[in-house]
Design a protein around this ligand. Structure first.
Ligand code: FA5
Length: 360
């Protein structure tokens, strides 16, 4: 091996050994010892430089440049390590135990999710199954199959957010053609009732389900309306189900949710997919029934719609409406939560204010 090769190899070995030791060193005093070993006057690198005179001018240039480059590199590594070690040392020294601690937030369930779980648990206890459906729905399931054919006036009861560019209002054709066309129109579901249809299409009666989920309407936000809100749908279909089963189930549920003394009233109402239909109110617990902003001075708060499943709906999913009857209900979860927790404005549930959310 020529002297040139020998010196280059030595420089590489020094670089490797020094880098490893600098990387592993754990104290500033040990680092200082390494500096003396590798960069001090008697360091090996300097001894190599002293041998340059024995090389030709070209070879001297190669070895000289390489040795200086490694020297610089090691100096830089030592500087970096020094700052790392002094930083950790500094940090240790400035711990001030008198400073107030950092607050770590423990996540918890949103009050609406908590209530959804509680309600589902109640119905699971009665033998119901929890099912779900998509929020981006097709018009057919949201309206047509629920006995709300195209141009039915009830469509205007829901201010719908459409996802498709073309809506029914731009289409022309026979009634059957328009019904078919509703299978291609996408929208954000305005209620959880389409889950009734989806479930009945894949299951045979007897059927007892609850379907919680988010709904969307172009409603102007106020104390009791939000454009995004949650409903829980209920559906029971079997032989011999009557309106008194519906009434008994909902009264049991609402008294269990609020208190055995809560007043519950059924008002005759209209939904195209139920006949007869009812709206159910609970006495306002914010004002005790005296009248306030939340109950719009009526003393009552509407919490759900319900009724006996319309025979047309049963026939649409292939159920024999002569043999089977059923009841259905759809409740607004935020409205129930407002009553249960005494919240005067629905918007508080959507503002993500931790001071509000932490109370639940
Ligand atoms: C319906 O949505 C029917 N699908 C309910 C139903 C199901 C009836 C099954 C019969 C059988 P309605 O539009 O009334 O009905 O809404 C039901 C509940 O959702 C209301 O009582 C209310 O509590 C809640 N709700 C409706 N719109 C909003 C809104 N914009 N913000 C908050 N809650 C709302």
């Amino acid at each position: 091996m020529s002297l040139l090769e020998e010196l280059i190899r030595s420089i590489d070995e020094i670089k490797k050994a020094a880098s490893e030791e600098i990387g592993n060193v754990a104290s500033i005093s040990d680092l200082e010892k390494l500096r003396v070993t590798y960069l001090g006057r008697k360091a090996e690198l300097n001894l190599i430089l002293r041998q340059l005179k024995e090389l030709s001018p070209e070879e001297r240039k190669i070895v000289g440049e390489k040795a200086n480059a490694v020297k610089k590199e090691l100096e830089e590594k030592i500087r970096e390590k020094e700052s790392q070690l002094s930083h950790t040392k500094e940090k240790k020294e400035i711990v001030d135990f008198s400073l107030p601690g950092k607050k770590y937030y423990v996540s918890s369930e949103h009050p609406i999710q908590k209530l959804i779980n509680e309600i589902c648990e109640f119905f699971i206890g009665l033998g119901y199954e929890v099912v779900s459906g998509p929020e981006a729905e097709i018009d057919y399931y949201n309206f047509t199959a629920l006995n709300i054919p195209p141009y039915h006036p009830a469509r205007s009861m829901h201010d719908t957010l459409y996802l498709s560019e073309s809506t029914l209002f731009e289409l022309e054709g026979t009634e059957d053609e328009l019904r078919e066309a509703t299978r291609k129109i996408a929208l954000l579901r305005t209620h959880t009732s389409p889950v009734q249809i989806r479930t009945m299409l894949r299951k045979k009666p007897p059927l007892f389900i609850v379907a919680p989920g988010r709904c969307y309407r172009r409603d102007v936000p106020d104390a009791t309306h939000s454009p995004v809100f949650h409903q829980i749908e209920g559906l029971a279909v079997a032989e011999g189900i009557s309106f008194s089963d519906l009434k008994g189930t909902l009264e049991l549920f609402l008294r269990n949710l609020f208190s055995q003394n809560a007043r519950v009233r059924f008002r005759a109402s209209y939904f195209p997919f139920t006949e007869p239909s009812a709206e159910v109110d609970v006495s306002c617990i914010i004002c005790g029934g005296d009248g306030c902003r939340v109950c719009k001075d009526t003393g009552w708060l509407e919490v759900l719609g319900a009724g006996m499943v319309h025979p047309n709906v049963l026939e649409e999913v292939g159920y024999d409406s002569e043999k089977y009857t059923g009841f259905a209900f759809g409740m607004g979860v935020e409205r129930l939560a407002m009553l249960k927790y005494g919240i005067p404005d629905i918007r508080l549930f959507f503002e993500n204010n931790l001071k509000f959310l932490e109370q639940f």
